[in-house]
Design a protein. Structure first.
Length: 347
């Protein structure tokens, strides 16, 4: 049996689709599974022993092309996918995934139908909307629709031995998201770092993407610190960050892909949430089979993981900051004593 999974989303979204891969293999041990994704998310799937081939859609390159050249590249990518698949599972809402699903001419096509247009009837099986449950659970909906068994719900990421480092016995802090409206106040993050380093005598390692805005944010936090944490910001690949995370005793950060990577590595997570919902995106505990995030807001736990979020009426708003400011007020006034207590519990 040959299966294609399509997930044209961001890094964390792709990582949280990994339980589907493992369960497909457990249901069909001889299956050959391919995966189509956006190029910048490839590290979440590459090295997975159950994936035969990864098709990478280069969004950055596509946007830089002239309209004519873009059409040519879209057609070329489509023809790469046009082979005989028994099943195509599209975990992406929208027309692009639906188009590529249609191109494959698979015997069975399953996915989220576009609301209108010629592709709204492309699927043989329509998936239920994913936003009323955790994204890990949503990624497993195709199995439920097929009447297949769900054996486990482990999120997995793989890397090479060369990606590993020698760091040991530390707390991993990733203070930044590519969407800065998900970040807590710099002063609060600096206070957390100093509390760990100076009061609890814990080594702290900071990471961030090699992005100018993220590095600027890290430098601002460091300028407020009295301690001197190890700063690896901008120096690690995603695979190297994952390998580093595996050795941490605790992860502290915001709602971002690195948080999901830490949870996939079975490292206890303390995550700060603002505009987004833990019911969809909370750190997933691999040892559990049911999400612990049953509320829309407030402090919640799932196994070894803790999500800290204000219990305000407007939370979660699913917006990019308050009143277009790109700053989320609900992340600017978190209680430091409460944060310290959660850290003590996890350590």
């Amino acid at each position: 049996m040959e299966i294609l999974i399509i997930k044209f989303r961001n890094i964390g979204d792709v990582l949280l689709a990994s339980p589907l891969i493992k369960n497909l293999i457990l249901n069909f041990p001889e299956a050959k599974i391919d995966f189509a994704l956006n190029k910048e998310t490839k590290d979440m799937i590459q090295n997975n022993p159950h994936i035969r081939k990864v098709y990478m859609y280069d969004r950055v390159k596509m946007r830089s092309l002239s309209p004519l050249k873009r059409v040519f590249e879209e057609i070329r990518f489509a023809f790469d996918l046009k082979k005989k698949y028994d099943i195509v599972i599209n975990l992406t809402e929208g027309e692009r995934g639906a188009f590529y699903t249609w191109i494959t001419k698979a015997e069975t096509k399953i996915g989220y139908p576009p609301k209108k247009g010629i592709l709204k009837n492309v699927y043989d099986i329509n998936l239920p909307k994913p936003w009323d449950k955790h994204i890990v659970e949503a990624s497993l909906d195709p199995l439920r629709e097929f009447g297949l068994n769900i054996y486990e719900k482990r999120v997995e990421i793989f890397w090479d031995k060369d990606d590993e480092s020698d760091y040991e016995d530390f707390v991993h802090i990733h203070p930044v998201s590519r969407w800065l409206f998900k970040c807590i106040k710099d002063e609060t993050m600096a206070g957390i770092i100093d509390f760990l380093e100076l009061e609890l005598k814990q080594k702290v390692i900071l990471t961030a993407a090699p992005d100018e805005r993220e590095i600027k944010k890290i430098n601002s936090i460091l300028s407020l610190c009295k301690s001197e944490p190890i700063n690896l910001s901008g120096r690690l690949t995603l695979k190297q960050s994952a390998a580093l995370s595996k050795k941490a005793k605790l992860f502290i950060g915001v709602d971002t892909a690195i948080m999901h990577i830490a949870a996939a590595n079975d490292v206890p997570v303390i995550a700060f949430f603002g505009p987004s919902s833990p019911k969809n995106w909370g750190a997933w505990d691999n040892e559990l089979l049911k999400s612990g995030y049953q509320k829309e807001k407030g402090i919640q736990k799932m196994g070894k993981h803790t999500v800290i979020q204000e219990d305000w009426e407007c939370v979660p708003c699913h917006k990019d900051g308050c009143n277009g400011s790109k700053i989320s007020d609900c992340l600017m006034s978190l209680d430091m004593d409460m944060i310290k207590n959660e850290i003590r519990k996890r350590l």
